[in-house]
Design a protein around this ligand. Structure first.
Ligand SMILES: CC(C)(COP(=O)(O)OP(=O)(O)OC[C@H]1O[C@@H](n2cnc3c(N)ncnc32)[C@H](O)[C@@H]1OP(=O)(O)O)[C@@H](O)C(=O)NCCC(=O)NCCS
Length: 147
């Protein structure tokens, strides 16, 4: 059910983005990811994508850039599986640390990251735009050598 994300998935990814994210990625953002060699995976059920993850890998770091699951399939372990799959890939590449940023109010995502032993390492004040103004970003890291 988990497969590599392809450029041809773009239209479905854009639809999911609009449904689940406060500030959805645009087509240009996805194209920048594809052109930068970032990697990703999707969960596909009955030929329909229900969630995806995109990461960037540098020599020693993995950055989780996007993770989402459509509403009707949330809370069923799909987010966990996507993240786990990405981290296993990074670890197999010899990468020692994974980073991600999340809105302070995003309790579901934070619960997932904490459950996977990510540690809070920092905070960016007023980093994300919201309808009411701005919101802090929490920065989490996971030491893949111990994971
Ligand atoms: C964040 C998001 C990706 C999580 O996906 P999901 O499929 O709903 O998450 P899961 O079902 O895998 O995990 C959710 C819960 O189960 C727990 N869980 C799942 N699998 C688990 C496992 N094998 N072992 C232990 N805990 C597990 C998680 O810790 C989490 O806890 P909680 O919901 O009880 O607080 C999803 O809610 C989403 O797409 N949200 C909108 C977009 C977004 O916010 N993305 C993240 C941006 S940083």
């Amino acid at each position: 059910m988990i497969r590599t994300l392809f450029k041809s998935d773009l239209n479905q990814l854009l639809e999911i983005e609009k449904l689940v994210h406060v500030t959805p990625w645009t087509e240009d953002t996805f194209k920048t990811c594809f052109n930068s060699g970032y990697v990703g995976w999707v969960i596909e059920l009955d030929k329909k994508i229900i969630g995806f993850i995109i990461i960037s890998l540098t020599a020693d770091e993995c950055h989780i850039l996007n993770l989402c699951v459509v509403h009707e399939f949330q809370h069923q372990g799909w987010g966990w599986r996507l993240l786990e799959n990405a981290l296993i890939h990074a670890k197999q590449k010899g990468i020692s640390i994974a980073y991600l940023e999340v809105r302070k109010s995003n309790t579901r995502a934070i619960s997932l990251y904490r459950g996977m032993q990510f540690q809070l390492i920092g905070q960016r004040k007023n980093y994300y735009p919201t309808e009411a103004g701005n919101e802090d970003a929490l920065i989490f890291a996971l030491d893949l050598r111990e994971a």
